[in-house]
Design a protein around this ligand. Sequence first.
Ligand code: ZN
Length: 354
Amino acid sequence: MKEHYRNLVELPGVSGHEKYIRQYMRKNLEILSEKVIQDKLGSIFGIVNENSTGPTVMMAGHMDEVGAMVTEITEKGFIKMIPIGGINPPVVLSQHMNVVLDDGSFCPGVVGAKPPHLLRDETTKQVSTFDDFLLDIGADSKDHAVSLGIKVGQQIVFHNNYTVTKDGKKIISKAWDDRFGSAMALDLLESIQKEELPCKFVAGANVQEEVGLRGAQTSSYMIKPDLFIAVDCSPCSDTFEETEVGGTLGKGFMIRFYDPRAIMHQGMKLFVESVAKKHSIPFQYYKSMGGTDAAQVQLSEDGVVVCTIGMPARYIHSTTSMIHLDDYEAVKKVILEMLKELDFNKINEIKSNV
Ligand SMILES: [Zn+2]
């Protein structure tokens, strides 16, 4: 896997705080594409084959990750916070988290948990809602915390423990959702042969997906794609229960035939299946209970043909998550092969199968 993946998961960027991710994306998009475009909310894209007479194909990940923001500094110097994106509160207890200061440096801390010694009395409970969590940065008072650089509104990210498993095939890290898709945009731009592209290809990453697909609304207005591919991590349920459509690590990319905000376009489904079969790329069907940027883009202008190419990932929307390198290969390969076929004839054929 290219370095972009690790470089991007290590950076901090909860929704609305994507600056450091965008800087990385811009630096690399400037090298890999003919032109870089950015909308006013901060979503950023590179274009290749800009003068093509073919259709405009847009591909996006999203730059933001789940985390928190500083809402208050208590008199004793602890930090109260609000979650950003959907996080199951118990996973936050006792975790190392970093407040990102205005100069970009990290102020590390730990979310305080009561030891069992203090929980013997039945009336004392371990707190497990965000309202009750206190991030302890070791400040002795509110003034001390302020002098260390803490301010209301700063982002707070989970400390990362990037780990490759013993078999070398899986990687555990925070923010796979969706630095994976952001890095994939760079990876595709690096790998695509312009001569093979029958379309104009616009690849990059949106802001603010985790708080309601906001970035995709404005970026798709700017780009006006004929077809859109979202690349996003989808949660696997295979650790706890295995169903045919619940997502299994290592079984290939996911065809998201249903989620509550987007029923997969039938022509698109046939197209993705045919490309995967033709090139023997492993895939699995996936039913999601969440949405991706594809749901937003499909509703722009008079409608856009979209799909989500899902990357299986365990434990997302917690402090960390796990992906499989074989699935990475499948996601990359299917998109590269799809792009080679996407001329106007193919898009019209897809559209006619609605
Ligand atoms: Zn995501």
